[in-house]
Design a protein around this ligand. Structure first.
Ligand code: SF4
Length: 497
């Protein structure tokens, strides 16, 4: 497996988002690693969600600008310097870039940018033994990159424990491809994505890290910039900083097993002006987000029940799908409505093949979430049978993947809830049922404030949505296809093999 050489990680102190300091530190990191960006240079930030309510969820614009300026300082023959991202599911990347304050950065630095959902998606064949499927799609600028810069945010994640360098790859797929295998096999999917591209340089925004959650993390002043040249080695050191054994984080272990780098500290050179021990001391108390849904809702008006997802031989809990999505949905609703926990009526949410009791009192709603939800038993005085709708992953062909429009989703969630008004339970279909759909369902059931109706969010969303749709319509008229079938041959130097 081609990676850029022996794994090296540089830990530097940086207590604030001072642009000049970030630029200098990152330039020195590039010098120490002997790297000069060249050819098509592509930087991938983490801009999953942004704006005032999501301040700690994304790579900060000062950090992005500092890294871009440092790359320009070290120009080794760049033919293009661009930033590209596909932000969180259903939200246009334009909306996220605007909320993050990225557009003025692009203007000041003169770099190009790609909204990954608006460029052609190309097919990358996979041949490694542990692959989930034989080919996957990625935006064309990713496939063509010669020098790939991974620029994530240092955060917890409710589905994959952490989101450092490797988890940031989920944004190199557009929604319709990202949602395939975004379930209990998510960690394997993340390992598969490493076969699309390898970074020459990684710089993580760990100045203010995000603890506990993914979309609405708790700010944690870590005061670090961490840089490196190998994803597995990099994520290994970041894991040790927060006191975790990287071998217990599945996507890191899978990538190590597939030859992408070491998880043994003795195989990684660590330098910088902060030792690993000092970094660990700074990170003391940092929370990760892996909490089972039953535990998460303890003491609230919501009772949760989780049975195993399909493929029981692999896991008894779907860490990568619907249960984690409801936790993120609730955190968003708590941000927008301080009275959410009081307002939400007593209700029950059920995931997977659950075969225990559900103690439903009169008037309480029961919501079965996800295609794999299954139950035989009584709800109140009614005997019910909920069948699994799960489709085997082998039947999901990325060539045929359909786009689920957010407005269509809003109408469909509304219709589902309306149709189930007099039924003993509600069924939300999907694999996974996204955070957005679960937000909408909870808003409609609970009568709490709707984030999609918040004036500032709605304005930014509508602008991004209309521009995205307009751009795609114009491309269709010009005969530019959404995706190109057949192995993409024009790979840049960042291709791993
Ligand atoms: S339906 Fe949801 S819980 Fe079930 S496997 Fe799919 S993502 Fe996981």
């Amino acid at each position: 497996m081609k990676t850029v050489g022996p794994a090296k990680v540089i830990i530097r102190r940086c207590e604030s988002y001072d642009l000049d300091a970030i630029r200098r530190i990152v330039r020195e990191g590039l010098e120490e690693l002997g790297l000069q960006p060249h050819g098509r240079t592509l930087l991938k930030p983490n801009c999953v969600s942004s704006g005032p309510m999501f301040q700690n969820a994304y790579t900060r614009p000062e950090f992005l600008e500092g890294v871009l300026l440092a790359l320009q300082d070290r120009d080794g023959g760049m033919t293009e310097l661009a930033v590209g991202e596909r932000c969180g599911i259903t939200i246009p990347t334009r909306t996220s870039f605007e909320g993050a304050g990225y557009y003025p950065v692009f203007k000041r630095t003169g770099v190009k940018h790609y909204h990954f959902e608006e460029v052609p998606q190309v097919e990358i064949p996979l041949t490694h033994e542990a692959r989930l499927r034989d080919y996957i799609f990625t935006p064309e600028p990713v496939a063509r990159a010669d020098f790939f810069v991974n620029c994530p945010k240092f955060k917890s994640h409710p589905w994959t424990t952490v989101t450092f360098a490797m988890k940031n790859y989920i944004g190199i797929q557009d929604d319709r491809h990202r949602l395939i295998d975004h379930d209990h096999r998510l960690n394997e999917k993340i390992a598969d994505l490493q076969h699309i591209i390898q970074p020459q340089f990684i710089a993580i925004d760990a100045i203010t890290a995000g603890a506990g959650r993914m979309l609405t993390p708790i700010p944690f002043d870590l005061g670090l910039i961490i840089m490196g040249n190998n994803s597995v080695g990099f994520d290994t050191v970041c894991s040790h900083i927060i006191g975790l054994d990287p071998e217990t984080i599945e996507h890191i272990r899978f990538a190590r097993e597939q030859g992408f780098g070491p998880t043994a500290l003795e195989d990684i050179t660590i330098t910088g002006d902060v030792s690993l021990e000092e970094a660990q001391a700074k990170a003391r108390g940092f929370q990760v987000g892996l909490v089972r849904v039953e535990k998460y809702f303890e003491g609230t008006h919501i009772s949760a029940y989780a049975g195993p997802p399909p493929e029981l031989e692999r896991t008894d809990y779907c860490w990568g799908g619907c249960p984690g999505a409801i936790e993120e949905a609730v955190e968003i609703l708590r941000l927008f409505d301080a009275d959410f926990d009081e307002k939400i009526p007593h209700m029950h949410v059920v995931f997977g093949a659950y075969d225990g009791p559900i103690d439903v009192k009169p008037g309480e709603k029961v919501v079965f979430i996800g295609d794999c939800a299954k139950f035989e038993g009584t709800l109140g005085d009614k005997l019910v049978s909920v069948k699994s709708l799960y489709r085997d992953r082998a039947t999901k062909d990325p060539h045929e993947a359909e786009h689920d429009d957010i407005l269509a989703k809003i109408f469909s969630v509304r219709a589902t809830l309306r149709d189930a008004r007099d039924e003993p339970f509600i069924r939300l279909e999907g694999c996974p049922v996204s955070v957005a759909e679960q937000v909408l369902a909870l808003v409609m059931i609970g009568g709490t404030k709707n984030p999609y109706m918040s004036a500032s969010e709605a304005m930014r969303f509508n602008k991004g949505y209309l521009m995205w749709k307009g751009t795609m319509a114009a491309k269709r008229l010009r005969g530019i296809p959404y995706q190109k079938h057949g192995a993409f041959e024009e790979r840049g130097e960042s291709a791993p093999e």
